[in-house]
Design a binder for this molecule. Structure first.
Ligand SMILES: *Cc1c(COP(=O)(O)O)cnc(C)c1O
Length: 405
C-alpha cells in the first residue's frame, strides 16, 4: 500500500540535489538554488500524471483540505456535508475555516450515501465533500447531479485514493477541487505533504497565495509581493517535495503491483460464500490499496476479528468500526466539542447534536466490514498463505456460530 515500502536510491538522489544547494525553501533564493525547484517540478508532474490543470502543494493533506475550502470561499455559516466514515482530518479542516461539518451515512461503497446527502441539504449547505476511502471511489455521478441541482460545490478528499479513477478520470480532478495527502502511509509519500488540484485558475491562484501568507508571487523579490488577502503558512519544503518527485515516478508501478496482489487475495476470499465485497462504482478504477470485505453480521465480524487476533494475523486487517480515527462511533472529542479555542455557535450546536444523531445505517455497514491493506512487498506465496489463513479463520467462526444457532 504505502510508498515507503519502495524507498531507495531515487529518493536519495532527489533529496541530495536539494542538499547540494542548501536551499530548503520553495520560494526565492533564485541564484543560490542553481536551477533546483523540486516543488515546482512536482506540481508539474502532478498535473501531467493526473490530468489536472493546476496543482498547489501544501505541508499536509489536512492543510490541502483547509486551503481548498478557503479558496472555494467556504466559511462561517456554511455547511459541508461529509461522511461518517473518514479520517479525522475531514472535520478538522471544516472546523478550521469556521464552517459546520454535517455528517451523514455511508453506503456499501464505504463513502457518501447519495440519498443521505440529499436529506441533509439545507439553505446553509455550500459544499459536498465525498471522501474516497481505502483506495476506491464514491458514486460521483450521483453526487455531481445533486451538486448541479442544488448549486453546491464538490470537494473531493482523495487523500487515500491516489491513482484511482472514475470513468477514466483521476479521483481528485473531477470536483471543483480535490486533495491528496502524501503523509507517510499514503500511496506515494513525501514524509509529510499534500496537494490541492483544480481546473479553475482563480481557485488555484487563491490556493497559491493562501499557503504562503497571501503572497501574490508576482514579484521577483518576496519582500515586494503584494497581499491581496490574508493567508497562512501551509508551505511544503524542498526536501519533502524532492521525496515526492521520486515517488510519483513510481506510482504506476505501485498501482500495477497493488492491483495484481488485490486480485489474488480477492480470488482466495471469494471461496467463502458468506464473504461479500465493497461496492465499487467503477471497478476498473479501484487503486486497490485495500481489499474491503463484509461478513453477514456484526457478531460474526467481531468473532472473526478476535480469531485473527488470537492467531496473530490481525496486523494489516482493519476493523474501522472499533477504530478511534476513522469512524463517528469513537469520535468522542468531536461529539463533546473538545476544542482548545471557542467555536462559533453554529459549529458547536452541530457537533454536540452528533451525540444523538442516528447513524444506524452506517453502523450496519461498518460493523460488518474488514479492510485488508495490500502490501507492495508480498510474494505470491505470502498472499496465498495470508488468504488461506483468513479463509480458515472465517470458516472456523462460521462453523462455531452454526453450532450456537
Ligand atoms: C491522510 C488523510 C488526510 C490527511 O492527510 P495528512 O497528510 O495526514 O494531513 C485527509 N483525509 C483522509 C481521508 C486521509 O486518509
Amino acid at each position: 500500500m504505502p510508498g515507503f515500502e519502495f524507498f531507495g536510491e531515487e529518493e536519495r538522489k532527489e533529496v541530495n540535489d536539494v542538499l547540494e544547494t542548501g536551499i530548503l525553501m520553495r520560494y526565492g533564493f533564485d541564484a543560490a538554488r542553481k536551477g533546483i525547484w523540486k516543488s515546482v517540478e512536482l506540481e508539474k508532474e502532478i498535473c501531467n500524471t493526473f490530468g489536472s490543470k493546476y496543482a498547489q502543494l501544501t505541508s499536509s493533506g489536512t492543510a490541502a483540505l483547509t486551503t481548498a475550502m478557503a479558496a472555494l470561499g467556504i466559511g462561517a455559516g456554511d455547511e459541508v456535508i461529509m461522511p461518517s466514515f473518514t479520517f479525522v482530518a475531514s472535520f478538522e479542516a471544516v472546523l478550521s475555516i469556521g464552517a459546520v461539518p454535517v455528517l451523514v451515512d455511508v453506503d456499501a461503497t464505504l463513502t457518501l450515501n447519495p440519498d443521505a446527502v440529499k436529506k441533509a441539504i439545507t439553505p446553509h449547505t455550500k459544499c459536498i465533500m465525498p471522501v474516497h476511502m481505502c483506495g476506491s471511489m464514491a458514486n460521483l455521478d450521483a453526487l455531481q447531479q445533486i451538486c448541479k441541482e442544488h448549486h453546491l460545490l464538490l470537494l473531493e478528499d482523495a487523500c487515500q485514493s491516489i491513482g484511482a479513477t472514475y470513468k477514466n478520470k483521476y479521483l481528485g480532478t473531477i470536483g471543483d477541487a480535490g486533495t491528496f495527502s502524501f503523509d507517510f502511509v499514503k500511496t506515494i509519500t513525501c514524509a509529510e505533504g499534500g496537494v490541492v488540484m483544480t481546473n479553475n485558475e482563480s481557485t488555484y491562484v487563491k490556493c497559491d497565495g493562501y499557503t504562503d501568507h497571501g503572497h501574490d508571487h508576482k514579484g521577483v523579490d518576496r519582500g515586494a509581493d503584494l497581499h491581496p488577502f490574508v493567508g497562512y503558512n501551509f508551505r511544503i519544503s524542498e526536501l519533502h517535495a524532492a521525496v515526492g518527485l521520486a515517488q510519483i515516478k513510481k506510482l504506476h508501478q505501485f498501482l500495477a503491483i497493488q492491483r495484481k496482489n488485490h486480485t489474488q487475495l480477492k480470488n482466495i476470499l471469494s471461496q467463502v460464500e458468506e464473504i461479500s465485497f465493497r461496492v465499487i462504482p467503477d471497478e476498473t478504477g479501484d487503486s486497490c490499496t485495500f481489499l474491503s470485505w463484509f461478513l453477514p453480521n456484526e457478531a460474526i465480524t467481531k468473532a472473526v476479528v478476535d480469531e485473527l487476533k488470537a492467531q496473530n494475523i490481525l496486523a494489516g486487517n482493519f476493523y474501522w468500526y472499533a477504530n478511534n480515527w476513522h469512524y463517528i462511533k469513537q469520535w468522542n472529542h468531536l461529539k463533546q466539542a473538545a476544542t482548545l479555542h471557542n467555536l462559533n455557535d453554529a459549529q458547536k450546536a452541530a457537533i454536540i447534536q452528533l451525540q444523538t444523531q442516528d447513524f444506524s445505517v452506517s453502523d450496519a455497514i461498518m460493523s460488518c466490514c474488514i479492510s485488508t491493506a495490500i502490501s507492495l512487498l508480498w510474494t505470491e506465496d505470502q498472499i496465498e498463505e495470508k488468504g488461506n489463513k483468513i479463509v480458515a479463520a472465517v470458516k472456523k467462526v462460521l462453523n462455531k456460530k452454526m453450532v450456537e444457532i
